[in-house]
Design a protein around this ligand. Sequence first.
Ligand SMILES: Nc1ncnc2c1ncn2[C@@H]1O[C@H](COP(=O)(O)OP(=O)(O)OP(=O)(O)O)[C@@H](O)[C@H]1O
Ligand SMILES: [Mg+2]
Length: 487
Amino acid sequence: MNLLPGMANRHGLVAGATGTGKTVTLQVMAEAFSRIGVPVFAADVKGDLSGISQAGTSNPKIADRVKKLKLGDFAFAGCPVTFWDVFGQEGHPVRATISEMGPLLLGRLLNLNDTQEGVLNLVFKIADDNHLLLLDLKDLQAMLQYVGDHAKDFQTQYGNISAASIGAIQRGLLAIEQQGGDKFFGEPALNLDDLIQTDAQGRGVVNILAADKLYQSPKVYATFLLWLLTSLFEHLPEVGDPEKPKLVFFFDEAHLLFADLPKIIEDKVVQVVRLIRSKGVGVYFVTQNPLDIPETVLGQLGNRVQHALRAFTPADQKAVKAAADTFRTNPKLDVVKAITELEVGEALVSFLDEKGTPGVVERALVLPPHSQIGPITPDQRKQLIANSVVAGVYENAVDRESAYEVLKSRAGVASPGATPPAPGQVSGPAPTPWWENIPGMSGGGRGRRGDNMVDAMAKSAARAIGSSVGRQIVRGVLGSLLGGSKR
Ligand SMILES: Nc1ncnc2c1ncn2[C@@H]1O[C@H](COP(=O)(O)OP(=O)(O)OP(=O)(O)O)[C@@H](O)[C@H]1O
Ligand SMILES: [Mg+2]
């Protein structure tokens, strides 16, 4: 039974109880994509996916499987791999700017209520309106401090900004910083094209995100992957239904993504998943129980691999029934019974046919992986990181002039006791922005520093908003997807 490359962007689901073979199935699928030149992105929650970089070795179980499946030409081989790590230890650092993350996802990350989220939105807007770049955590912290200190001045133009809300956001940011989030926010930010690579032999590169540590903060893990998925969606051009996917994205421990997800974000996830198909990206959710995934998303997952489920409790039985009901029935197969009987590495499988119709469900033994099952050694990992095509690109963080630096220097130049002109106090058809008074902030050819600032801002803005042009520098990934701002 084969997953057709042309249907691989119709998404999929790999489900099953713990230890039933989900990760190995993911590995086998990722290998197959890599072999036909499709790059893959997968989060590695337990560190056991790293073995995909090495050729496997035989053992009695694998030999048995090779024999049962009559794989005469089976040969062990590893895949080209790039390791990534938000913390920059187990792979190349992955960074995003605060702007790219946007207020909506940040609000989720910080657990903000509606009022607090409203204030965070205002802070972004004020930064936008004043051409202040929000790149790293300290930019946002400086901006919050600034807006908090001048809340009265901003009130007329932007509305009420309560000190309590500012305080809550600040405390949230502090917590993120303590979890190592300061490493994630900043530059050089991830260039998404670096995830879509093939090697000299035309094999797709398998990007593995070291997520064992990230996973300790489930919300950060989920938000990060959500950010990545939405960024890919915004970044990639339309391709319709390609011959094979541009990229396949595996979302392991997918239940975390949807755990108490606010409705507004869930709707956006549903929409991203639906639309990203036409950008040639296949998304595969890997989770224990299919019921972990909202029905609106589940309905879009055309390719299904269901490993064994337990049926001890009534809740278990409900899950089994629900999983069975998602399949197109096969008169020769009692699906409910089979789900509880499947061996490790065996599954009920239904893939889309060339017309996009789900195939009849069949009981199938998953192929053995060509690569190593289980983790690689730290030395092997170090080697691979040092020899990767992006070695040296992301290793050193860059801290260019942005909100923090500008506001700091601004505080420095203000004469003692002088009240700064705030936007709220300026009126008339051509208001002078307050930053015109700051050396280096006014562009307009007033010396090198000004030019650099304008140049830097233009570049960053261009990168942040892609092809769209406008005054609004940034809205973050989800902000520009639905409602509100124009695309
Ligand atoms: N297709 C396969 N070929 C050979 N061995 C397999 C296969 N699938 C699973 N196995 C064996 O079963 C073990 C457990 O599989 P795996 O780690 O994929 O389970 P899992 O469902 O991901 O578990 P968890 O929920 O704990 O992450 C593997 O280490 C491997 O030895
Ligand atoms: Mg697993």
